[in-house]
Design a protein around this ligand. Structure first.
Ligand SMILES: Nc1ncnc2c1ncn2[C@@H]1O[C@H](COP(=O)(O)OP(=O)(O)OP(=O)(O)O)[C@@H](O)[C@H]1O
Ligand SMILES: [Mg+2]
Length: 246
């Protein structure tokens, strides 16, 4: 299946995004002028050395971190124009997030964890849909287990079920296969891509895993708070068109 080459309507558009945070040792320039466009339905891998700003960029896309300057548009929303309530509504309606580490609520069962986004959205059938979401990731037999009673791979599957359950148009995942053995990691990758394909979800995946990066339509490389390679040149070449400068 061919993917959009130059999306007319990107689902994510970052325009000259800078983020500076204060630390004890003075200001740290974490994002230093990020321009990035992601088309609807695209699967984008984000790679780069530790500390290059990958997780921070994802937090900006999710509206969980406000940039110091620049423009962030996601799913037709200008995030800079939204207040905290507006940002919460934006996330509820458009974004699913799998955090680095699993971030499950330890005092809630797998079923309750997956139902959280639906309950926030006021869905009456939250638990039925959460149960179906857990079935879809092969965890029908673990609904009443607490995170502490689940393996790492199972906890990541619960986190994935929770991220997809409200049918977001954009799914952000930070190292979804980090801390998992190879076989479990490969299973998680299949789940992510399978769920995204079925629902037409746009995927932005941060990863150190070359196998996961290869599964994506393109790979964006961050270096020191900047985009060193947005992966578009290779994509243009793959389509048989001359890349810029060739
Ligand atoms: N709240 C903060 N205050 C100050 N500096 C921060 C803060 N959060 C992150 N940083 C710094 O910003 C830089 C980028 O961090 P970030 O977590 O985005 O990196 P990353 O690319 O996700 O790395 P990794 O691959 O290790 O997860 C790091 O140097 C980090 O120390
Ligand atoms: Mg990170």
């Amino acid at each position: 299946m061919s993917r959009p080459q130059s999306p007319v309507q990107p689902i994510v558009a970052l325009d000259d995004v800078h983020l500076t945070l204060d630390s004890g040792a003075g200001p740290v320039n974490i994002l230093r002028g990020i321009d990035l466009s992601v088309g609807g339905g695209e699967r984008v891998g984000i790679v780069g050395p530790s500390g290059s700003g990958k997780s921070t960029m994802m937090m900006v896309m999710a509206g969980l971190e406000r940039p110091s300057s620049g423009r962030v548009q996601v799913a037709g929303c200008d995030l800079g124009a939204l207040n905290e309530d507006g940002l919460a509504r934006f996330r509820r309606n458009h974004v699913g997030i799998v955090f680095q580490g699993f971030h499950l609520v330890p005092t809630m069962t797998a079923l309750e964890n997956v139902a959280i986004p639906l309950e926030f959205a006021g869905a009456r059938d939250a638990f039925e849909r959460a149960r179906a979401g857990l079935e879809a990731v092969g965890l029908a037999h673990r609904v009443t287990h607490y995170p502490g009673q689940l393996s790492g791979g199972e906890q990541q599957r619960v986190a994935i079920a929770r991220a997809f359950v409200a049918e977001p148009s954009l799914l952000l995942a930070d190292e979804p296969t980090g801390n998992l053995d190879l076989e479990t990691g490969a299973h998680i990758v299949e789940l992510l891509f399978g769920q995204a394909r079925r629902r037409g979800t746009t995927l932005v995946l941060i990863t150190h895993d070359p196998a996961l990066a290869r599964r994506c339509d393109r790979t964006v490389t961050l270096m020191d708070g900047r985009i060193a390679d947005d992966g578009l040149a290779g994509r243009v070449r793959a389509a048989g068109l001359p890349a810029a400068g060739e």
